[in-house]
Design a protein around this ligand. Structure first.
Ligand SMILES: Nc1ncnc2c1ncn2[C@@H]1O[C@H](COP(=O)(O)OP(=O)(O)OP(=O)(O)O)[C@@H](O)[C@H]1O
Ligand SMILES: [Mg+2]
Length: 279
């Protein structure tokens, strides 16, 4: 069963993180799988929602080949438990691919049916991590609005900074989202990562009054990552002592020990929000 934040304590609630970027190829999917495994090692039950409409990355990165996705559930052909895929270190993946778009076009009856199916899941999860894909398409914005906590991945490339800023700006100006967490990937060192964070913070503070950008750390440029990808494994599994693996573990700890930053007054059940069913 998916736990509701409705009447539960802070400790008890599901944390929903989206991982996004303005520019593609900055390492989001890699961040998602490694943070998921790190959080799982820290004792959390983690569900990844692979909501990237482009290439379904998460399964490829982990060497999994899911047969079904959310659209099979929505069409009544499969149960939710049939589409879930077990990943390394006890993580679970919900493949979405094309089904993600269908989620937004359901009739009320279908939404209720889908929620009933979710409620019947045999396992409860502590953390949802959503790989949203890149850019400012409606789907990326949608998943950012659904998540309680938004992680934006930047790299030292100038275009990643400007495109990341564009994503934050749209979410802030059009949708009133104020809290963002910044993760700098592919950094040459902590100083470089912090200076990137400072650059985006400075611009955001100046032009987006009331915004809050929180630095959650950096992942170094690390040759172990492409090596692990070649083996279709997460770096944290294959090379747990690698610098990037240690960074993922630290960021996971930091995220879990921080209080959730919430743009929305109360924590609502992610899926109910996603489906637009009032709670
Ligand atoms: N910290 C890092 N050090 C070295 N290489 C990295 C690092 N992070 C990511 N990469 C490389 O960058 C490539 C892109 O990573 P990934 O697929 O996770 O990006 P993405 O943001 O999900 O891309 P897309 O926008 O296409 O979904 C990977 O093939 C990986 O080799
Ligand atoms: Mg990706």
């Amino acid at each position: 069963m998916v736990k509701s934040g409705g009447n539960s304590t802070a400790e008890d609630m599901v944390r929903v993180f989206s991982v996004s970027s303005g520019k593609g190829g900055v390492g989001k999917s890699n961040v998602v799988i490694n943070l998921a495994i790190a959080m799982s090692k820290l004792g959390k039950r983690v569900l990844i929602l692979d909501a990237d409409l482009g290439l379904a990355n998460v399964d490829v990165l982990l060497g999994l080949s899911p047969q079904y996705n959310i659209s099979h559930v929505l069409r009544g052909q499969k149960k939710i438990s049939d589409i879930l895929v077990q990943g390394p270190a006890g993580i679970t993946i919900m493949p979405a691919s094309s089904g993600v778009q269908e989620l937004t076009h359901l009739s009320v009856e279908q939404k209720i049916m889908f929620l009933d199916l979710l409620e019947s899941l045999p396992v409860s999860f502590d953390v949802f991590l959503i790989d949203t894909g890149a850019g400012i398409s409606d789907m990326v914005l949608y998943f950012n609005l659904m998540a309680q906590e938004k992680i934006i991945v930047l790299t030292p490339e100038p275009t990643s900074l400007t495109d990341g800023y564009a994503l934050i700006k749209v979410l802030f100006q059009r949708h009133g989202e104020r809290y963002f967490r910044i993760l700098v990937n592919n950094a040459e060192g902590e100083n470089q990562a912090k200076s990137i964070y400072k650059q985006i913070s400075k611009v955001a503070d100046h032009f987006l009054d009331g915004i809050s950008l929180d630095y959650i750390g950096s992942v170094p440029k690390d040759p172990h990552i492409p090596k692990a990808i070649m083996h279709q494994k997460a770096v944290i599994e294959l090379f747990p002592k690698a610098p990037s693996s240690q960074a993922f573990m630290q960021i996971a700890k930091r995220l879990l020990s921080s209080s959730p930053q919430l743009d929305h007054g109360s924590v609502k059940l992610f899926w109910k929000k996603l489906l637009g069913v009032s709670v």
